[in-house]
Every structure is written in structure tokens, then in C-alpha cells.
Design a protein around this ligand. Structure first.
Ligand code: CO
Length: 254
């Protein structure tokens, strides 16, 4: 896998800053009565205005029944990952994950957050906060000299302690000029095992937890990943660079 030089990590900052701004804006505008397409269109306008390039639109891995039709993943309630934008109208209390990646000046950044629309319920708030705490712990464990398993265990142990369902599929990944590079960043694992972490490694870390069990199902569209038991799910993601001084969050929001 390719390690980035300090100059290359610096060159990735504009992409990270841009994606952070898009997610902040989406969080501010998302409300009851809006459709998922409205949110996708909002993100698409920001991408066009910035001269950025979506890396989702038209992306067609073998599992998708069709190329990805939007610039944003919108996963509501029991949908955990890769929910397609649609004319679904957001309802009070919906748990909404928004995930976006784009290329700016040749480099990609990838980030996601989960919010609840309108009325905040304790059940959803605890799930969202725990997912964010797991992301923060995973980032803190991303230090040169450590191992990939340090990140995975930090994430998984927080999810398990919260009593949440975790599935080892669909974790994080390397990020660079393209969205998905080696290595894989699992959400379950054992510390002091796996790949040695070196300065210059840029990865997306992305815990996703389910309020119920560990199982998931995939919609006929091949994209949307839902909890098998219909419980709600939450997802949080940042693109980070491991530097000699520790982790730097490229997609940090103000
Ligand atoms: Co990602």
C-alpha cells in the first residue's frame, strides 16, 4: 500500500476540508419534510460550485445492481450503509446517516455522520454517541508504531460495551487519489495484531453499530445494507493521516 509523504498529506487537506464543510451544511439543512434526493441535490450543488468531483456517482462495484446513482449515501433508521437517495420524505425522529466522498485537486476524502431528525430519543442518542466515541477511540489508536488491530479493537470494544450489534464486514479503508485503497480497517479485532502502522498511512475509519444483533441484510438494489432485525443503526467516519506526531483528522468539522 502507498504511504504518503508529508507534502502529499498536506495536499489532501483541501479535500478533507471540503468534505467537512459539505457534511456540516447537510447536517444544518436536514429536516422533517425534506426528501433524500433534496439532500443529495444539496451536496451535488456544493460539489459543482467547488469544482470538486464526486467519486460515488457512477461507481459500480460488482455487488451493485446498478451504478451508484448519487453523490451521497443516505441511510435511514434500519439502513446502516450505502442507502440510495430517493424521494423518501424524512420523518420526525428518523435516524439518518449521510456519507460522502469527493475528489478535490486530485485527492479524495471520505466522511460520514449520523443525526436524528427532529425529536431526539435517548435510544438513538446513545447509539449515535457511542458510534462517535468509537470513531474517536479508533483515531486515537492510529499511531505510528502501533498495529491495525489497535484501531479495530478500540472500535469493537466500545461497541460491544455499549451492547451493540457489530458486523466485521464493510469497515474502513485506505484513501488516496481514489476512494478505496488498501488496507482494510476492520471494526473488530485484537490489539497488537495486524499491519504495522507507519507515518504516511491515510485511512478512512468508519464504525457502524446496530442497536440490535450482529446480522445485516442487503436490499435487492445490491447497495442498501440494513440491520437484519429492523433495529436502528448509526455510522461515523473520518479520513485521517497517521503522521510522526500522531493522527491528523483531515475531515474534521469546526
Ligand atoms: Co469510506
Amino acid at each position: 500500500m502507498a504511504l504518503k509523504t508529508p507534502a502529499e498529506v498536506d495536499a489532501m487537506r483541501p479535500a478533507g476540508k471540503f468534505i467537512a464543510g459539505v457534511l456540516s451544511s447537510l447536517r444544518d439543512v436536514a429536516r422533517e419534510g425534506m426528501t433524500l434526493n433534496d439532500l443529495n441535490d444539496h451536496a451535488h450543488r456544493m460539489i459543482d460550485a467547488a469544482g470538486a468531483k464526486s467519486v460515488y456517482l457512477g461507481y459500480h462495484p460488482s455487488f451493485g445492481a446498478m451504478p451508484y446513482p448519487g453523490v451521497l449515501c443516505t441511510s435511514v433508521n434500519d439502513a446502516a450503509l450505502h442507502g440510495l437517495p430517493s424521494d423518501y420524505v424524512l420523518q420526525d425522529g428518523d435516524v439518518l446517516s449521510m456519507d460522502i466522498a469527493a475528489q478535490v485537486q486530485g485527492w479524495v476524502a471520505d466522511s460520514a455522520l449520523t443525526i436524528q431528525i427532529g425529536t431526539q430519543t435517548p435510544e438513538a442518542q446513545r447509539l449515535i454517541e457511542t458510534t462517535e466515541r468509537a470513531l474517536a477511540a479508533g483515531i486515537a489508536a492510529a499511531r505510528p508504531g502501533g498495529r491495525m488491530g489497535d484501531i479495530s479493537e478500540a472500535i469493537g470494544s466500545i461497541g460491544r460495551r455499549g451492547g451493540y450489534g457489530i458486523n466485521g464486514d464493510f469497515g474502513g479503508h485506505g484513501v488516496g487519489r481514489t476512494m478505496h485503497e488498501d488496507p482494510h480497517v476492520a471494526n473488530l479485532g485484537r490489539s497488537r495484531t495486524g499491519l504495522k502502522l507507519n507515518a504516511g498511512l491515510v485511512i478512512a475509519i468508519e464504525p457502524w453499530f446496530m442497536a440490535g444483533g450482529d446480522g445485516y441484510v442487503i436490499d435487492p438494489d445490491g447497495w442498501t445494507i440494513r440491520t437484519a432485525d429492523g433495529s436502528i443503526a448509526a455510522h461515523a467516519e473520518h479520513t485521517i493521516a497517521i503522521t510522526r506526531d500522531g493522527p491528523v483528522v483531515l475531515t474534521a468539522r469546526d
